[in-house]
Design a binder for this molecule. Structure first.
Ligand code: ATP
Length: 240
C-alpha cells in the first residue's frame, strides 16, 4: 500500500559540536498532502530541524522517516531521502547557477539518470507547475526575484519530492508576487512544510502550524487557532 505519511519525526535530539543544544526531543507526523507551517523565534531550531529531514545533519538521537523510508547513513538511502525532501532555500540564487532556466531545472533529474524526452517532460511539468514555461530558455539572472524564486521551486519539483520544504517563501516578494506564489503553492499536489516568520502567509497557505521554541514543539494545531492566541504568540516572540 502507498505510504500515507509523508514525514515522521520521532524523538529527535541534536546538539552542535560546540555543545549548543538545538533540538530537545522533536516528534512530528505530517500526513501526505498536508501543508504545515513551522513557526518559532530566531534560534528556535527551525533550520536545524529542516537539515535533519534530508539527512544533512544526523548523529543525534531519534529517527526521521520520509514516505516510509528511514534516514540512515547508507549512501543509497541518503540519496533517495535527498530526492524525497526537496528544500527551497531562502535565496533562490543558491539553486540557480546554469545559463538557462531549463538547464537549472533539468540538473537534478539529469543526475538521477533521466535523459531525452523523459527529462524534457520532467522539466516542462515542473515549469508548468510554477507558471514559468514561457521563460525556459531565459537566463535566470535576467528574471525578477519573484520569478527566480518560482524557478527555484521548479528545480525541486523536478525531483518529484515527497515533501516540499520552503524556507521563508514570502521573503523579499512584493504583494503581487506574494499572492502569485501563494496561489501556485496552494495548487501543488505535494506535502508542504513552510518555515516562516510571516504569520499571515502561514495562515493563507497552511491549515496546520507548529511553534518550535528552544528545540521543542510547544504548539501544534490549526493555524487560525494558534494565531488567534495572542498570549501564545507573545510567549514565543511571534508577531502578527
Ligand atoms: P532563525 O529563525 O534565526 O533562522 P532557527 O529557528 O532556524 O533560527 P537554528 O538556526 O536551527 O534556529 O538554531 C538553533 C540553535 O542552534 C541556536 O541556539 C543556534 O545558535 C544554534 N546553532 C545553529 N547553527 C549552529 C552551528 N553551526 N553551530 C553551533 N550552534 C548552532
Amino acid at each position: 500500500a502507498p505510504a500515507v505519511t509523508s514525514l515522521d519525526v520521532r524523538g529527535v535530539h541534536y546538539s552542535y559540536p560546540d555543545g549548543q543544544v538545538a533540538l530537545r526531543g522533536v516528534d512530528l507526523t505530517v500526513p501526505r498532502g498536508e501543508r504545515i507551517a513551522l513557526l518559532g523565534p530566531n534560534g528556535a531550531g527551525k533550520t536545524t530541524l529542516v537539515l535533519h529531514l534530508n539527512g544533512i545533519l544526523a548523529g543525534g538521537e531519534g529517527t526521521v522517516t520520509v514516505g516510509g523510508l528511514t534516514v540512515s547513513r547508507d549512501r543509497a538511502t541518503l540519496a533517495e531521502i535527498r530526492r524525497r525532501v526537496g528544500i527551497v532555500f531562502q535565496d533562490p540564487d543558491d539553486q540557480l547557477f546554469l545559463p538557462t532556466v531549463a538547464e537549472d531545472v533539468a540538473f537534478g533529474p539529469a543526475n538521477l539518470g533521466l535523459r531525452g524526452a523523459e527529462l524534457d517532460a520532467r522539466v516542462t511539468e515542473a515549469l508548468d507547475a510554477v507558471g514559468m514555461t514561457e521563460h525556459r530558455e531565459r537566463a535566470p539572472q535576467h528574471l525578477s526575484f519573484g520569478q527566480r524564486r518560482r524557478v527555484a521551486v521548479a528545480t525541486v519539483l523536478a525531483m518529484r519530492p515527497e515533501i516540499l520544504v520552503l524556507d521563508e517563501p514570502s521573503s523579499n516578494l512584493d504583494p503581487a508576487a506574494r499572492r502569485e506564489l501563494a496561489a501556485i503553492l496552494r495548487g501543488l499536489p505535494v506535502t508542504l512544510l513552510m518555515v516562516t516568520h510571516d504569520l499571515p502567509y502561514a495562515l493563507e497557505l497552511c491549515d496546520r502550524a507548529l511553534i518550535l521554541d528552544t528545540g521543542r514543539i510547544v504548539a501544534d494545531g490549526a493555524t487560525a487557532d494558534l494565531l488567534a492566541d495572542t498570549d501564545l504568540l507573545a510567549q514565543h516572540r511571534l508577531e502578527l
